[in-house]
Design a protein around this ligand. Structure first.
Ligand code: NAD
Length: 288
């Protein structure tokens, strides 16, 4: 397969490098020039001969601009596989535009972060037709360990933002519970031992514990260096709230989590820190 890869940043570059072990890859990025990938001078050049063009871009506006440039350049019958995290509406608009141009589109945002991209262990959540999903599945097998077909176009993004809304909410709940436990005189190790094996358990507590020195190794043990940066969590929570408004879904906890991460990132020095740094944030506060 000839694969074009557009957006060679923290995630895109290692994903492209894994694909390059099995396929012909040509890449493009406006800034990044990673070693080990043949580079073209424009997105349209990358798109011209590709059987599949993969995009891994920062947001929906950039994705729309890149799609407008590459779709007319792509071969009839080629696939646009977008792995960025963007709003559901953009993913659906891109698919409609692709189909109108004689292409197929799959939205397949990822979970697993930079480590998963490097090690080829990402999870993909995909939206698009069953045929399109089947056609690009061999690429998921190289870049990841699991791919779930979530339904029609946009449903991959829907799954991603619902998952990350749960993650943001449970991380905040875990952090505020640790601080309440501290103030009640409960040892953090005892708190972890109970909650991680009781009904309060979650991925945030069990796999990514926000308390340093407790549970498995996590960014808390590395001075809250990301990991998954707070501003990326804020991006995903904002996408969840855009979708909730559009779908008229009542999501008060997701709304509260978005507001708290916004405050943390914009007013409280949270930018650049892992999203589990909510724990020291709560530690430094009182109730009123
Ligand atoms: P990044 O900022 O490191 O990479 C994005 C790249 O896109 C940059 O290198 C940038 O130069 C390039 N770019 C921007 N505009 C472009 C254009 N018009 N044409 C070509 N290239 C362009 O971001 P990332 O961390 O690699 O994340 C990429 C996507 O993956 C985002 O949507 C993010 O939300 C999602 N994601 C990231 C993580 C993570 O842990 N970093 C985890 C899951 C999902």
């Amino acid at each position: 397969m000839k694969i074009g890869f557009i957006g060679l940043g923290n995630m895109g570059a290692p994903m492209a490098l894994n694909l390059a072990k099995h396929h012909d890859i040509i890449g493009f990025d406006t800034i990044a020039k990673p070693q080990g990938i043949e580079l073209a001078d424009s997105a349209a050049t990358v798109a011209k001969d590709a059987d599949v063009v993969i995009t891994m871009l920062p947001n929906g506006d950039i994705l729309r601009a890149v799609a407008a440039e590459i779709h007319p350049a792509m071969k009839t019958g080629a696939f646009h596989l977008d792995c960025s995290t963007v709003d559901v509406e953009t993913a659906r608009a891109i698919a409609t535009q692709a189909i109108a141009t004689g292409l197929s589109a799959v939205d397949a945002p990822v979970s697993g972060g930079i480590g998963g991209a490097t090690n080829g262990t990402l999870t993909f959540m995909a939206g698009g037709t069953a045929d399109a999903f089947a056609a690009v599945s061999p690429l998921f097998d190289i870049m990841g360990q699991k791919a779930v077909h979530c339904g029609d176009a946009g449903n991959g993004q829907a799954a991603k933002i619902c998952n990350n809304m749960i993650l943001g909410v449970t991380m905040i709940a875990t952090c505020e519970a640790f601080v309440l436990a501290d103030k009640l005189g409960l040892d953090r190790q005892a708190m972890f031992d109970v909650v991680s094996t009781s009904s309060g358990y979650s991925w945030s507590m069990n796999a990514y514990c926000p308390a340093p020195g407790i549970g498995p190794q996590s960014p808390a043990d590395n001075a809250y260096q990301p990991g998954f940066a707070s501003e990326l969590m804020l991006k995903d929570l904002n996408l969840s709230q855009m979708a909730a408004i559009a779908a008229d879904a009542d999501t008060p906890m997701g709304q509260a989590a978005a507001a708290l991460y916004q405050q943390f990132v914009e007013n409280e020095d949270g930018r650049g820190k892992d999203f589990s740094a909510m724990l020291p944030r709560f530690e430094n506060r009182q109730r009123s």
